[in-house]
Design a protein around this ligand. Sequence first.
Ligand code: UD1
Ligand code: UDP
Length: 362
Amino acid sequence: MKPVVVVAGTRPEIIKMAPIIRALKEAQLPYVFVHCGQHYDYNMARQFIENLELDEPDYSLKIDASSPGAQTAEIMAKTDQLLAKVEPSIVLVEGDTNSVLAAALAANKRFIPIGHVEAGLRSFDLRMPEEHNRRLTDHIAEFLFAPTERAKSNLLKENVWGKIFLTGNTAIDAVNQHLPIAEKNSQIMEKIPFQTFALATAHRAENVDNVEVLESFMEVFSKSPLPIVYPMHPRTRKRLQENNMLADMEALKNVLVLPPLGYLDFLVLMKNCKLIITDSGGIQEEATAPGIKKRVLVIRLSTERQEAVEAGFALVVGTDSKAILDAMEEAAANQTTLPSVSPFGDGTAAQKTVDIIKKSFT
Ligand code: UD1
Ligand code: UDP
């Protein structure tokens, strides 16, 4: 069999591809791991390769682009060159980032089959670059690995031409595989000065690139009914700096601002927090894993993870400070019983995905 190319460009892609890489290895299928360099800081890239005990990427691309279009074009051109050398049987991409679209287009131009892991998510919110990336990728992929029935139904409604497989989401596989290791090895709780806290992250372009939303988040953090632990994404750090808000955020007594954390530390914080406040996609899934089971306030206008809302884990609260604070008050005061089953699968998504690849290419 010709190798499977596994592409990851950003933090969540490394995390969600790790179970697939592991399953490929166990099945003794040849693969080539490409880190395409969209995220490049140690704590946004390499840290995860180490945490998840992955082998060195076979190719680590260096990207030096100043706009989303140039970033996509550069990743596409560099991926095109390596695909010419590797001649893979299939290119696997995961999620909805610019790396995903770029690598998928590179494969498409060489008539190499594309496998889209986490296919079929839809926020129906066209302000989001991710919504464009995922729709475009779904329509050029030959293998669509849909995490849920809803995702499958979205794809069927759009008449995609690829084959759809229901697998679950590898985010749950990753939590199941790493939470026991995290609880044993992470020392992050020694650095947390609060008994009870909310865990917050924010990085969506439509949020943090908008100064009004940044101001709203600042108000939420300063008036929060719970202390907040806040590992800050580099995009957000940059925007707070540009708007002279970073020092004010870091000075808030009830907020512990941290650098982007490793996966094991972040899992332990999710496990130990009272509540999660986030605009992340992956964190909405992880919160539903049986080992985590936490309520999530989604500080966005929409979600492509509606399953987490319907199962009672997530609530889309928007970006208005009063609405977020009201929801925090309510969540801090009330203990909710959450389901012990994740709507995103039982942690076998990677195995199912690799079984399908094996059957199709050997
Ligand atoms: C990207 C994805 C988003 C995903 C997120 C995961 C797109 C359109 N967006 O958003 O879907 O949820 O990754 O975290 O693909 N930066 C650094 N160091 C890094 C990486 C980024 O300083 O290692 C800074 C740079 O200033 C960069 C900015 O963050 O310009 C934004 O990075 P980029 O990868 O373009 O988008 P994200 O916001 O990370
Ligand atoms: N995460 C992490 N450290 C952090 C913040 C997040 O390890 O400081 C992990 C988190 O557990 C999840 C992934 O990063 O697996 C989510 O990435 P992000 O929110 O950047 O992207 P999204 O999922 O929104 O695309």
